[in-house]
Design a protein around this ligand. Structure first.
Ligand SMILES: NC(=O)c1ccc[n+]([C@@H]2O[C@H](COP(=O)([O-])OP(=O)(O)OC[C@H]3O[C@@H](n4cnc5c(N)ncnc54)[C@H](O)[C@@H]3O)[C@@H](O)[C@H]2O)c1
Length: 336
């Protein structure tokens, strides 16, 4: 298969590219390498895929030194429709996985425009390109944040999600609605995946796993919101990637065009227990700065993954102990 992965320099996109290449597929990675967080981490991920930082140029397609013509990378912004169309025109993809987005709940209070540009305009451009270049299948990232203030747990895709509490969540819910329209009108198979707090090696510096580890190792205090009474369905990156790969590549026997799934571990972990696990693995005690709930945040996330199990055999395997250990080993090695 020839697959376009957008957001390829990002946390999930990088791991997905590596996995697809391991399965011998041909992958084109696309990313605008924005500076929402440290770009060095994005360039290091690309280096691992055989793309040297020194030769990356806007709009230039680069072949990997590690995977030769099986992996190519292009620095591009999905909000630039004409440039994106040229990529589709030139490559004839079998399928597309759109992970490029402005991520992060909290930042959407500071910079709402970034979310509309990448997540709404950019996503529309992806849908239009899928329509015009006859792409059979699009898998795209949604988010657990669409559940907003819902209290019924575990969260199920059949629950009403009309009450987002961040613009980030609103853009992800919009993606689901837009995908539904394009499936219906143009027969594109779309699969939306609501990711639940993904963590693991090469993870995002704006997320709890990274922030806590960095602070604890440097004897700095950590901010513990809602006085620690938060629960997250932390999901290990390899389990996420297996789920995404199944949605992309597994044949399904029915004619369903529009699909939407939760992809989580389905075992919420109390934030204080998560912190204890990091303390155990770093042999350090966290200095905790207890704070009230933050605007835009939710108390508990918990994925009901029954439909993903039934349709694609999804089975998360990594427990929090192993996942935290893997992250901390990576972190120590990467940051010396
Ligand atoms: N990591 C999680 O826990 C989580 C949870 C829910 C949803 N998601 C979603 O999963 C996807 C991947 O998340 P991630 O954690 O890997 O985030 P990430 O920020 O590491 O990766 C996203 C990548 O997309 C790129 N990008 C952003 N806007 C772009 C644009 N307009 N054009 C081209 N590239 C652009 C960024 O440079 C970045 O490398 C995102 O859509 C995110 O919203 C992630």
């Amino acid at each position: 298969m020839k697959i376009l992965v957008t957001g390829a320099a990002g946390f999930i996109g990088y791991h997905l590219c590596e996995r697809l290449l391991g399965l011998n597929h041909e992958v084109i990675g696309l990313d605008n390498i924005n500076d929402y967080y440290d770009v060095n981490l994005k360039y290091s991920r690309l280096e691992n895929l055989g793309i040297s930082r020194s030769i990356i140029e806007h709009k230039k397609i680069i072949s990997s030194s590690k995977y030769s013509d099986h992996f190519r990378f292009i620095k591009l912004d999905i909000k630039d429709k004409d440039d994106l169309d040229i990529v589709f025109e030139n490559h004839g993809f079998d399928m597309v996985c759109n992970l490029a987005a402005q991520a992060g709940v909290r930042y959407s209070l500071e910079n709402p425009s970034a979310y509309i540009e990448s997540n709404v305009v950019g996503f529309l451009n992806i849908l239009e390109a899928c329509r015009n270049y006859k792409i059979d299948k699009l898998v795209y990232a949604s988010s657990s944040s669409v559940y907003g203030l819902n209290e019924k747990i575990p969260f199920s895709v059949s629950d009403n999600v009309d009450n987002p509490i961040s613009l980030y969540a609103a853009t992800k819910k919009s993606n689901e609605l837009m995908a539904h329209t394009y499936s219906h009108l143009f027969g594109i198979k779309t699969t939306g995946l609501r990711f639940f707090t993904v963590y693991g090696p090469w993870g995002r510096p704006d997320m709890a796993m990274f922030l806590f580890t960095e602070a604890i190792l440097n004897d700095k205090p950590i901010n513990v919101f809602n006085n620690g009474a938060l629960y997250r369905d932390f999901t290990y990156i390899d389990d996420i990637v297996e789920g995404v790969v199944s949605c992309l590549l597994k044949e399904t026997d029915d004619k369903t065009l529009y699909r939407l799934y939760n992809i989580g571990n389905s075992k919420p972990v109390r934030l204080l227990d998560f912190i204890s696990e990091i303390e155990k693995r770093t042999n350090k005690t966290a200095v905790k700065n207890f704070l009230p709930m933050q605007a835009g945040d939710v108390e508990k996330t918990w994925a009901d993954v029954t439909s993903l199990k039934n349709d694609f055999g999804y089975e998360p395997k990594t427990n929090i102990e192993k996942g935290v250990e893997n992250f901390i080993n990576w972190y120590k090695e990467y940051y010396n």
